[in-house]
Ligand binder design. Structure first.
Ligand code: MN
Length: 358
């Protein structure tokens, strides 16, 4: 369960809530406090919200609300923030309705390349620029990325094009340096359960894009998000990027069912990466559109000014024209869905109401 504490509660009053819950949890260290979207909360995942305990808690002046969140990830659970969380990056909002497309190359390769990619991404309608500088490559002999100088090139190219930037960080020790330059910190699929890294990005003061581990269950993924939230960082965006399947025809198996499922389990925004999920550039746009149709809040897509020259992941990298078409289609799909939802609310647009009788 989670207890939302009144903003004006004193330190003593907060301590009283902690004491009561710790006693219930058998003195367990699992009772923690964190600042969240719902306010200051005390989180006691092992406490059962029995009637007597709820009565004792609600009698305390400090307690604003008792949330009986039964999920093992109470801070990420939908119950805590029923309306959903909107994560804001500069002028861009994830989870506010309009799909947000993030685009850019797999890797930052040079100043010229990332600047051209930034302009192409902006002109195609993307709202954030991606680019990897620390690359978790399967082989130690594959291109490993430019490191911090690469993040600097990315930040400069993003600023010149007017786009915030997102990049992966792999080591807890590098989080502060990358957070100085990047607007969003990405935790990659291979690092989803790197717990020291999750704690470090939880303290970094930047929104975090948390990719799903390629063999992670939804619950493991949400528990990884919980690590970040428990450190006091409320700005987590989940990113489905495919899980390992049995068929090498596609690089991974894109789990689109997780998008509407997550909507019921968590208040966090969800985006989809159709590039790593499919591994094939001809599948990126169709599956990107499908992700928006499934209710995703956005996409992250690999795009390169000259895809065939890309130093990494060129098979799944689309060109600027394909990106522009994809962005247009995503907005068209979302508009069509919104139109239909208006019908569900009873306010059917006149031209459709007239047509419905025919
Ligand atoms: Mn890549």
């Amino acid at each position: 369960m989670v207890i939302v504490v009144r903003e004006d509660a004193s330190a003593d009053e907060r301590a009283e809530v902690m004491r009561l819950l710790s006693a219930q949890a058998g003195g367990s260290a699992s009772v923690t406090a964190a600042r969240t979207r719902a306010g200051y909360v005390v989180c006691a995942p092992e406490c059962v919200p029995a009637a007597k305990l709820v009565r004792q808690l609600t009698a305390l002046r400090a307690v604003a609300r008792v949330v009986p969140a039964a999920a093992p990830y109470p801070l990420a659970s939908r119950e805590l923030v029923p309306d959903g969380t909107v994560v804001t990056v500069g002028a861009v909002s994830f989870g506010a309705g309009a799909p947000v497309i993030i685009a850019g190359p797999c890797s930052v390769e040079s100043a010229e390349q990332i600047e051209a990619a930034a302009r192409a991404a902006r002109d195609a309608g993307a709202r954030l620029l991606r680019g990897g500088a620390f690359k978790p490559r399967t082989s130690p002999y594959a291109f490993q990325g430019l490191g911090l100088p690469g993040v600097e090139l990315l930040a400069r190219a993003g600023a010149a094009a007017g786009l915030p930037v997102v990049t992966e960080v792999m080591e807890p020790g590098l989080v502060p340096a990358v957070a100085e330059l990047a607007d969003v910190l990405q935790v990659g699929s291979r690092n989803m359960q790197n717990f020291p890294l999750l704690r470090a990005v939880g303290r970094a003061g930047r929104p975090v894009l948390l990719k799903r581990g390629f063999a992670a269950t939804i619950e493991e993924w949400l528990l990884a998000a919980e690590y970040i939230l428990a450190e006091g960082n409320p700005d987590v965006i989940l990113c489905e990027r495919g899980v390992r399947g049995f068929d090498p025809a596609t690089r991974n198996l894109l789990d689109l069912a997780c998008v509407p499922l997550l909507r019921t389990l968590t208040h966090l925004p969800v985006i989809v990466d159709p590039s790593h999920a499919t591994g094939r550039r001809d599948l990126v746009a169709p599956m990107g559109v499908a992700a928006i149709a499934a209710g995703a809040d956005g996409l992250i897509v690999e795009m390169h000014p000259r895809p065939d020259d890309a130093l990494s992941d060129r098979e799944q990298t689309i060109d600027p024209d394909t990106l522009a078409r994809l962005v247009r289609r995503c907005h068209a799909v979302r508009a069509a869905l919104d139109h239909d939802t208006a019908g569900e609310r009873g306010d059917v647009p006149e031209e459709l109401a007239a047509g419905a009788g025919r």
